[in-house]
Each structure stands twice: as structure tokens, then as C-alpha cells.
Design a protein around this ligand. Structure first.
Ligand code: AMP
Ligand code: MG
Length: 476
């Protein structure tokens, strides 16, 4: 087929397909009654070498709403631990791998769908994505990406004109199909399934594939399997620390939602915390608070622990445990650096010069936020708003002009002292202000904010507030 549609002319690589039919099912996409492009990610287009001006709405709709002229479409097979229980009835139930493509950075990326119809893994569900669900995933991934969290992105969202019924949204509710752009959709659960099927040969083949494509620097190492697991532990620990510092609660850290590349993806009932409430739990169905905000690092570690079983076909238990034992240290050092950045500081320098004061500042900051339950994001945004050169010479000036902080100032003395001491080590206040600009966002998509952009869409198809919020998130 000759076509001018740039998406249909990309050089797709059959990476997953080349592994053979043990890993996926070939599926067809649903046909939808309507296609309205609601979101296109021009940033992602540039990442795959396309000029946004050369890509029309029709191109998006033909490729990612009608799924014209593209096959095979591969629904991946996987199992997973869901809320601690093993579930063999998983797999892509409302999505497929549309294609894999090199980015301008020469890395391989997936276009994966969500809401594109039923598959052999749908069970009794409809294979669809609600429009609100699509919007929520766009907001999460754009927000996280711009806050420096390793995450999938959304390439497109097309409204599809169906009426869906959901227990957690006023129904009927509108439908959509999304295309996700991510490093890989191979999950911990992809390996777990092969272990349950007692197929060490397929585990080895998949692991070789994962290393070859996503850990290419390990390819020629003699202990590449061990190094792979070590690096995955590290990447996952760093990811957990990134979530924690930005105040993100993923909500469903099941092993089918854990990527083998250590990237964050699949944003369902997630929420950003409003205050530093360690018990905050985002999913209403998480009855035992398993995936509460503060439990995310341990749950990531538990998931890595479970992954040892399938990998034991190839790697020794002792070697894996040795790597896993480093999880806490990697987590804490990344979290520490990120939190210091949120305070505008150069973490490595703080630690090198005065570890004691650095410890003190972090402890005081966290205990203050926890005790007062003042807005987590508001606190850092206030630092950003108020920060000035006097802070380096006189601790008493820190936040002294802030109305928001007025009621707390009396108890902040030791915190001000520690902060001023570390600020003095900074070369100038401008670098501090710059870090605050990057890491202390004014706009955070807490639940009320998401509801506030959804309401006008639902009531009068007014998309303006949503697009404005996106713009704010993309320029934090
Ligand atoms: P999630 O909680 O979104 O990670 O999904 C868990 C499992 O349920 C995956 O196997 C999904 O493919 C499947 N699933 C979720 N929603 C639907 C749906 N509406 N239709 C079919 N399968 C679904
Ligand atoms: Mg999932």
C-alpha cells in the first residue's frame, strides 16, 4: 500500500514478533463508530524523527483510531501477582503492541494501545478505555515526565463514540483509544507466566532478547544475566524514589504493571498526594492499603523478589539476593538527592560538605510536613516563590515574608538554621532558584485538579481547561 501517512511509512522493527508465537496472540482492532483526535503528543513525534507539521489529524486517526494497514497486532501474554495473589488470567485484554520503532536516540520504543478492543485475554470485560481514563493517563505521564520521572508517554488519544459502563465512573461514560509510547511492555509478569508454564527455554530466550535490546551495554559481558538483574534492581529502586519525591502514588503495583526496563507505566487509579500522609492509598479497592504511598519502595522490592523465581532458571539465588540487598541503599540515596533538589540544593555537594546538617534538614522537613499536614506541593512551591539572596546570610529571613507559612514560622527555627547553613555552600542564589524551578512545580495534578478539567469536558465538551493544564505541566 502506498500512502502519504507518515505513521504507516515508519521503519517498524519486528523485535517482539521475531521471538515467535509463544509470547503473544495476533489480534484485530475494534472498529469504532467515531474518531475524534483529542490529544496528540508532538514532543513524542520529534523523538521518533517526525516533524509535527508534517503529521495531520487524519494521519493520527487512520493509524491510531482505525489501525489501517498495520499487522501483526500483538496482544502480549503475561501473568502476575495482583495484590499479593498469583493471577494466571492476565495478558493484554484491551491493548496490543502496534509496532516498535527506533527513536532519534537510537533506542527501540513500543507503540502500545489501550482500549483498542477485546483479545483472548479480555475475559468478560469489554476491551475498552474510558475517555476519562485516557485523560488521566495522559496527565500522569506528562506530569511525571516533566518532573524527571522515567515514564511512558501518551502519543495520542482518540475519542471513539461508544457508551461504556463502569463501576467507578458515572455511567454511561465516553470511550477512547490511546496509544502509549514506552521503552517496552515486557513486564515482570511476562517472565512469571513462563515460569508457571515450566518453560526455562522461553525464559532464557526472552531474557536474551531483553538484554540485547534494552541493556545492550551488557551484551558482551560474561556475567550479563547477573548484571541485568543488578541493573533492574537499581533502576526500579530509583524509580520508586522518583515517585516518592514527587509525591506520586501509582496505586496498582502488581507485577504485570512492572516494566522490565524499570520504567513507570499504566496509570489507572493513581493519585498525587496532597499532604505527606504516609498511609494515603489511591485505589479504593486496595482494602489492606498494600500499595499505600509509603509502601511503594517495599512493594517494588517484593516484586523484584518474586522475579527471582523465573530468573532462577538462569541465575543463582545467592547472586540475585546480593543484588537485591542493595535495593534500600539505592532507593535511599536517590530519594535523598531528589528531596534535596526539591529544596533547591545540590545534594552531592551538601553530603560532601556537611552530611550531619543535610540529614538534619531532611528529617526536619519531612517531620514538619507530616506533622502539620500542610500541602506537600504547596510547601516546595512556596520556597520557589519566596527564595531570595537574604536567605543565605540570615536564617530568620527564610520564608519570613510568606503568608502561607506565617502560622508555622515559630516552630521552624531549627529548620531555618539547617537550611541557611546549606544554602551558604551554594555558589549563588540563582542556581538554587533554578533547581526549585525544575523540581518544585507550581502545578500538580491532584485529584481535585483532574476533576476540575474533566467536569467541563463531561458537561459541555469544553476541552480548554484540560489543554491549559497540560501546557502548565509541560512547562513546570
Ligand atoms: P490493569 O489493572 O489495567 O493493569 O489491568 C489488569 C488486567 O485486566 C490486564 O490483563 C488488562 O488487560 C485487563 N483489563 C483491564 N480492563 C480491561 C477491560 N476493560 N477489558 C479487557 N481487559 C481489561
Ligand atoms: Mg496493567
Amino acid at each position: 500500500m502506498t500512502t502519504a501517512n507518515p505513521f504507516l511509512n515508519l521503519d517498524y522493527e519486528p523485535a517482539l514478533e521475531s521471538l515467535g508465537d509463544d509470547y503473544f496472540d495476533r489480534v484485530v482492532a475494534a472498529e469504532f463508530p467515531q474518531h475524534i483526535l483529542r490529544f496528540r503528543n508532538d514532543d513524542v513525534l520529534q523523538q521518533i524523527g517526525l516533524d509535527p507539521h508534517q503529521v495531520s489529524e487524519t494521519d493520527f486517526i487512520e493509524a491510531f483510531g482505525q489501525f489501517q494497514a498495520r499487522e501483526p497486532l500483538l496482544a502480549q501474554r503475561y501473568h502476575g501477582y495482583q495484590f499479593g495473589e498469583y493471577n494466571p488470567w492476565l495478558g493484554d485484554g484491551r491493548g496490543f503492541l502496534y509496532g516498535q520503532i527506533r527513536g532519534v536516540d537510537n533506542e527501540l520504543y513500543d507503540f502500545g494501545t489501550k482500549g483498542s478492543g477485546t483479545t483472548p485475554h479480555s475475559r468478560s470485560a469489554d476491551g475498552r478505555l474510558t475517555l476519562k481514563g485516557g485523560i488521566r493517563e495522559i496527565l500522569a505521564s506528562e506530569a511525571l515526565h516533566h518532573l524527571g520521572v522515567r515514564t511512558s508517554r501518551c502519543l495520542s488519544l482518540i475519542e471513539t463514540g461508544e457508551a461504556l459502563w463502569r463501576g467507578d465512573e458515572p455511567s454511561p461514560t465516553r470511550s477512547s483509544v490511546m496509544v502509549r509510547f514506552s521503552k517496552s511492555h515486557i513486564r515482570f509478569g511476562t517472565f512469571e507466566r513462563l515460569y508457571a508454564l515450566k518453560r526455562p527455554d522461553l525464559i532464557q530466550k526472552l531474557l536474551n532478547h531483553v538484554i540485547e535490546i534494552y541493556y545492550p551495554h551488557l551484551n558482551n559481558q560474561t556475567d550479563k544475566y547477573r548484571q541485568f538483574y543488578t541493573e533492574l534492581v537499581k533502576r526500579t529502586a530509583e524509580l520508586a524514589a522518583q515517585w516518592m519525591s514527587v509525591g506520586f502514588c501509582h496505586a496498582v503495583l502488581n507485577t504485570d504493571n512492572m516494566s522490565i526496563t524499570g520504567e513507570s507505566f499504566d496509570y489507572g487509579p493513581y493519585a498525587f498526594i496532597e499532604t505527606l500522609d504516609l498511609n494515603f492509598t489511591a485505589a479504593y479497592f486496595d482494602y489492606f492499603k498494600r500499595y499505600r504511598y509509603s509502601n511503594q519502595p517495599s512493594m517494588c522490592k517484593w516484586n523484584l523478589e518474586m522475579l527471582k523465581r523465573p530468573l532462577s532458571a538462569i541465575l543463582s539465588e545467592e547472586d540475585m539476593q546480593e543484588s537485591l540487598d542493595n535495593f534500600d541503599q539505592w532507593y535511599h540515596s536517590t530519594y535523598r538527592q531528589r528531596m534535596l533538589q526539591k529544596l533547591g540544593l545540590n545534594g552531592e555537594q551538601c553530603d560532601a560538605i556537611d552530611t550531619h546538617t543535610t540529614d538534619q534538614l531532611l528529617t526536619l522537613t519531612l517531620s514538619f510536613l507530616q506533622k502539620t499536614q500542610m500541602g506537600y506541593h504547596a510547601f516546595f512551591a512556596e520556597l520557589r516563590l519566596q527564595c531570595n539572596d537574604l536567605w543565605r546570610t540570615d536564617a530568620g529571613h527564610i520564608l519570613a515574608e510568606s503568608q502561607l507559612m506565617a502560622e508555622y514560622l515559630a516552630e521552624l527555627g531549627p529548620w531555618q538554621q539547617a537550611y541557611a547553613k546549606l544554602l551558604q555552600h551554594e555558589e549563588n542564589i540563582e542556581t538554587v532558584q533554578q533547581r526549585l524551578q525544575t523540581y518544585a512545580p507550581y502545578t500538580v495534578i491532584t485529584r481535585p485538579q483532574i476533576e476540575a478539567v474533566w467536569a467541563p469536558i463531561a458537561a459541555e465538551d469544553n476541552w480548554q481547561p484540560f489543554y491549559e493544564l497540560l501546557k502548565d505541566l509541560q512547562n513546570p
